[in-house]
Every structure is written in C-alpha cells, then in structure tokens.
Design a protein around this ligand. Structure first.
Ligand SMILES: Nc1nc2c(ncn2[C@@H]2O[C@H](COP(=O)(O)OP(=O)(O)OP(=O)(O)O)[C@@H](O)[C@H]2O)c(=O)[nH]1
Length: 266
C-alpha cells in the first residue's frame, strides 16, 4: 500500500491532497505562545496581545515537498492545564512552550508534558511533543539553562529547541515544520498499524458524528464500506468539519489572520 504520509509518493504531484495536521501550542501565560504562532504565520513579532483569546489558525504549508494543511491552536489555559480535552482530542502534535527567563513557566511546561504523558498512557497512543524554550533573545536574564530544558525534554522523550519569537523567522518555521514531521510520522505509524477487516456490506456512506465530547470540535467519520478489504477508520483520520474555540472569553468568531489586525505588528 502506498504511504499516505512521509516522503512524497511517486506520482504525488502538486495535485495530491494535502496532509492535515493539527498542532496545539501549550504553556503558561506569557511564555510566548501567541508571539510564536504569529511569527510562524506572518513572519512578524507582536508585542501586544489579548491573553484571554484562544484561536485556531489555518495555514497551507509545504514540508519536505509535501503540501500540508496545518491548523494551529494557540491555547489560553491561564496558569494550569484546564479543560484540556479540547486540545488533547484534537491535536496530532504539541508544542510545549516556556520562557527561558521564567522558571515558573518552565515548571508549567513540565506539568503539560506530564499531562501529555498521562494522556498517552490512558489512550495507549503516543503524541509527539516538542519542548520550546522561548525568548532566547532574553538569554541574559535566563532562569532556565539550556541543559535543564534538554534534560526535561529527554525525560519525556521529546525534541527540544530554544527559540525566540522576535529573532529569525526561519528558526521558528523550522520548529513548526519539525512538529509537522513528528505528527506525520505518528500518523503514518497509526495508519500502518490499523487492522484490516473484511466486510460483505455494499457501499454505504456512513456518517457517525464524533462529539465534541466537550463541545469543542465537531468531527465526522466518512467511511465507505465495500465488498473488499478495508481499513478501520481511526480517530486521527476523522474529517474535522469545524473547530471552535472553547474559551468563553474568546470574542473572535472566525479564526483567520485578519483577526490579528488588533495586534501591533512591527
Ligand atoms: N523578548 C521577547 N519577548 C517575547 C517573546 N515572545 C513573546 N514575548 C513577549 O512576551 C509577552 C507574552 O507573549 P504571548 O505571546 O502573549 O504569550 P502567551 O504564551 O501567548 O501568553 P497568554 O496569551 O497569556 O497565554 C508579550 O509581551 C510578548 O511580546 C520573545 O521571543 N522574546
């Protein structure tokens, strides 16, 4: 069977369907989640922000010559992980952000990694996570050494980068693309691991709504039953129809880049 993910398939030209990847950005308030998200999407650094907003953005990316439809959820969890299922059940990969000039944010990132590890244990699946030490430009005020960041990442088996939302775009883009690669690897692994079963049913178009267990995302499985071998649908392949922010405080209705108008952009 041809690989759906990973390296470009033979014949997978510019018309092949883009890989869909959902990426959630986690971390304590002020770590720089919004700044990194906006930097990645616009190449710009924002200095003003609304800490109560949680939005999901879409971006068409090309990673390793493969088109990727990337959705980025810039979460706003206040000080501790809360109502986390909205992103745990949605994301294919996670960026856990702390600020190198804040030990508190580093400790916060540790609770997010623990949360992800617990979720992986409960669901018996693995979820790629990358640990990011942000605000590298503030290194003179460091409260967290690079070695500490690397050690924490090592403990949870995730990649580790130090970045800055106000320095070069390429580095930030590299980190987001690494997250896509990690997600792609995991999706490919799951896709290969899915069991096959034989069905005698005739072709039917079956739609089973997958809530929204927490009222956050509506997903639809589109499965075609045929008289041949077919694959069991996996959650990761559910077609995401809508993505809504769960934050009651969010005043934004349509998450697009035009929403950034309110920010002061340099
Ligand atoms: N010097 C520096 N400041 C940054 C960097 N990233 C973010 N900031 C600043 O840090 C503050 C917090 O950044 P945000 O991106 O809003 O942080 P957040 O994690 O989204 O915080 P919440 O929205 O409260 O969850 C803002 O004043 C940013 O301008 C960075 O890389 N370097």
């Amino acid at each position: 069977m041809a690989s759906v993910f990973g390296k470009p398939r033979a014949g997978g030209g510019p018309h092949s369907a883009p890989l869909e990847v959902n990426l959630a950005i986690l971390g304590r308030r002020g770590a720089g989640k919004s700044a990194l998200t906006v930097k990645f999407l616009t190449r710009r650094f924002i200095s003003e922000y609304d800490p109560n907003l949680e939005d999901t953005y879409s971006s068409e990316e090309t990673v390793d010559h493969q088109p990727v439809h990337l959705r980025v959820m810039d979460t706003a969890d206040l000080d501790t992980p809360r109502n986390c299922e909205r992103y745990l059940n949605w994301a294919h990969a996670f960026l856990v952000v702390y600020s190198v000039d804040s030990r508190q944010s580093f400790e916060g990132s540790s609770s997010y990694l623990e949360l992800l590890a617990l979720h992986a244990k409960e669901t018996q699946r693995s979820f790629p996570a990358l640990l990011l030490g942000n605000k590298l430009d503030m290194a003179q005020y460091r409260q967290v050494t690079q070695a500490e960041g690397a050690a924490l990442a090592g403990r949870f088996g995730c990649l580790f980068f130090e970045v800055s939302a106000c320095l070069d775009f390429e580095h930030v883009q590299h980190v987001f693309h690494e997250a896509v690669r990690e997600a792609r690897r995991e999706l490919e692994k799951n896709s290969l691991a899915r069991p096959l079963f034989i069905s005698e049913e005739r072709a039917v178009h079956h739609q089973a709504p997958l809530t929204a267990r927490h009222g956050l995302a509506s997903c639809t499985f589109n499965t075609l039953s045929t008289t041949s071998l077919k694959e069991m649908p996996a959650v990761a392949q559910a077609k995401l129809v809508t993505v809504k922010s769960s934050r009651a405080q969010s005043k934004r209705k349509a998450p697009t880049l035009t929403l950034l108008k309110g920010f002061k952009i340099f």
